[in-house]
Ligand binder design. Structure first.
Ligand code: NAP
Length: 280
């Protein structure tokens, strides 16, 4: 039997509609500032869609496009101004920064005011998530959780395996699953017997960056499979970290790539911006 396809595109569209309705009745315009340094084509595309959707839900978009040879001081200056601008409720520094800024990237992220940190990457927001306190949760894991919940409301006692332990995705995803009373295993590049581990997962989340790494026979029959990976193949098409054709015959529910987790990331960015504008 084929798995239920989790339609991230439709779920994200519904979420954006809800956000727009709330923005319309808010009495002020939430503002999202995006800082893009350099001319990386993929980042340009991401920023373009973020700006378009920000405007579409009735929010104010502030774009700061800086040249590729910008210095740490240049970016710090922009962040400082946005931190103190009352019309800006959310600040997103598009990552990765150009290679010459790699060493200061983390410091720059940490210079964003935590109450405007709509990517949820500052120590304050990461700490709040860890402690189970209200804060701004990173967008991709937040969106992935909404997709899981769209097929299964009660996750208590389920075994969740998250492949990947990045600060951006794997670690916050594991925390969110723990908050839902899952038994969580985090797998990474040094994990032994990963196939076997995955076969014991009721919820399997893959965020590795390796095309089609998770094979169909790694999936437990009936499992919920969330594919976070975005990989471009030689033919120009996108694929995930899960071998979709193999996995969808065995899983209970699965996200496609594209059209699964991807659209949820921007929708949750807007959700975080609205939350920041409301001051909670
Ligand atoms: P990342 O920082 O490169 O982390 C990748 C993780 O995968 C690391 O923890 C790494 O383990 C682990 N890994 C690498 N090879 C492995 C292997 N053979 N077996 C098991 N684990 C392995 O990447 P990321 O930022 O988390 O992103 C992961 C993927 O999600 C990428 O394809 C990215 O494009 C995609 N992504 C999508 C969205 C979206 O909106 N849909 C958002 C963010 C990311 P170690 O820690 O041991 O090195």
């Amino acid at each position: 039997m084929s798995a239920q396809i989790i339609d991230g595109k439709a779920i994200a569209a519904g979420l954006r509609d809800d956000i727009k309705n709330e923005v319309d009745g808010l009495g002020k315009k939430p503002g999202l500032a995006v800082i893009l340094v350099g001319d990386d084509p993929a980042s340009q595309v991401y920023v373009g869609s973020k700006v378009k959707m920000t405007v579409a839900v009735g929010m104010e978009s502030f774009e700061h496009r800086l040249p590729a040879d910008s210095t740490e001081k240049d970016i710090r200056h922009v962040i400082k101004n946005l931190n103190s601008n009352p019309d800006v409720h959310g600040i997103l520094l598009q990552l990765p920064l150009p290679p010459h800024l790699a060493e200061v990237q983390e410091d720059l992220v940490q210079s964003i005011a935590p109450e405007k940190d709509v990517d949820g990457l500052t120590v304050t927001n990461a700490g709040k998530l860890f402690l189970g306190l209200e804060g701004l949760v990173p967008c991709t894991p937040q969106g992935s959780m909404l997709l899981i919940k769209s097929v299964e409301e009660n996750l208590s006692g389920k075994h969740a395996v998250v492949i990947g332990r990045s600060n951006l995705f794997g670690k916050p995803m594991a925390q969110l699953l723990l908050q839902e009373n899952c038994t969580v295993t985090t797998a990474h590049s040094r994990t032994q017997n990963i196939e076997e581990l995955c076969r014991s997962a009721d919820i399997l989340v893959a965020a590795v960056g390796r095309p089609k790494m998770v094979k169909g026979d790694w999936v437990k029959p009936g499992a919920i499979v969330i594919d976070v990976g975005i990989n471009r193949m030689d033919n120009g098409k996108l694929c995930g970290d899960v071998d979709y054709d193999g996995a969808e015959k065995i899983a209970g529910a699965i996200t496609p790539v594209p059209g699964g987790v991807g659209p949820m990331t921007i929708a949750c960015l807007l959700k975080n911006t609205l939350k920041a504008a409301k001051g909670r």
